[in-house]
Design a protein around this ligand. Structure first.
Ligand SMILES: Nc1ncnc2c1ncn2[C@@H]1O[C@H](COP(=O)(O)OP(=O)(O)O)[C@@H](O)[C@H]1O
Ligand SMILES: [Mg+2]
Length: 285
């Protein structure tokens, strides 16, 4: 991302890790949900965030991408404290759930194109349809681009959200349970897409219930319990007889697909907040 026009501040943060969180505390209502989380994700790493339901995984990723303010502690993305200084165009975020019934039917390409919106300028850049098309190709949904998202399966809707994050061609991709409740073809398409992005050097922080199809890609696991990091290191091995074990066969789609996604998506810069209007669960309290 080095350019001739970068500012001194940008030069200073050029080698900074995509994610740095130091002693992050988050309180929601009366409850302390995160209690002193330290997390650093280096460029090019693929880190899985694991933990039981309610352990604080979603709260942590929402805090990292600036949706929730930390009660105390500090978060930096690419060396810049959360706020306008963060190069948001380099950050893609896929929230945990898709809202079930949006009032206005949006087509898949419209939802994806919302990932191109700048913070305060609600006008799509020229060529948005082509960019949306390319991003939808990455998740194998190009043929459904004019379909209303409500008519898609849950797995396909999730893929639309992933395409919305990818249309920005992010350097850092944060995903919250991207394959939970997702059908098998969507899981495989997702794993193949991730493999290609990782091969391209994308940094990934992904909340997962189980490693599943992504196991071959995950280099490090961070486990939360009651809002604290209780493990940060090697990913857990699949338990014998557990569902994950049967996923250890050959992954036909796990290799980068050279025939795809080679074109430059030429993606816009800008904070992603404007693109988050299709979810209901991402409004900070
Ligand atoms: N808006 C909120 N107000 C109060 N408590 C919340 C809120 N959102 C989540 N929590 C609580 O915070 C804890 C962690 O939630 P969450 O981060 O969603 O966990 P996970 O993603 O690991 O399942 C849970 O106990 C949950 O009930
Ligand atoms: Mg969650």
């Amino acid at each position: 991302m080095t350019t001739l026009t970068e500012t001194p501040a940008e030069r200073r943060s050029a080698g900074a890790p995509p994610v740095e969180a130091a002693d992050v505390h988050v309180r929601l209502g009366a409850s302390p949900v995160l209690r002193g989380v330290d997390l650093r994700v280096a460029a090019g790493e693929v880190v899985a965030l694991l933990g039981a339901n309610g352990s604080g995984k979603s709260t942590l990723v929402r805090t990292l991408v600036g949706v929730l303010p930390p009660t105390s502690g500090e978060v930096r993305l690419f060396g810049r404290p959360l706020g306008d200084g963060v190069p948001w165009g380099r950050v893609g975020y896929v929230p945990q759930r898709v809202s079930a019934a949006a009032g206005v039917p949006s087509t898949a390409e419209e939802v994806v194109a919302s990932g191109l919106l700048h913070g305060r300028r609600l006008r799509l850049p020229r060529g948005w349809r082509d960019r949306a098309h390319e991003a939808l190709e990455l998740v194998d949904l190009a043929d459904r681009r004019r379909t209303a998202t409500q008519q898609l399966s849950g797995g396909q809707q999730q893929r639309v959200l992933i395409a919305r994050a990818l249309v920005r061609r992010p350097d850092l991709l944060v995903l919250d349970e991207p394959v939970a409740g997702v059908d098998r073809p969507s899981q495989e398409a997702f794993a193949a897409t991730m493999a290609r992005l990782v091969a391209d050097g994308t940094t990934v922080l992904v909340v997962l219930h189980e490693l599943g199809e992504l196991a071959p890609l995950v280099q490090r696991a961070v486990v939360l319990r009651h809002g604290r990091v209780v493990h940060d290191g090697a990913p857990p091995r699949p338990r014998p007889g557990h569902e994950e074990a049967e996923h250890e066969h050959v992954h036909p789609h796990a290799a980068p697909r050279s025939e795809r996604g080679e074109g430059d998506m030429g993606l816009a810069e800008g904070p992603f907040e404007a693109g988050m209007s299709t979810t209901t669960d991402e409004v900070a309290p």
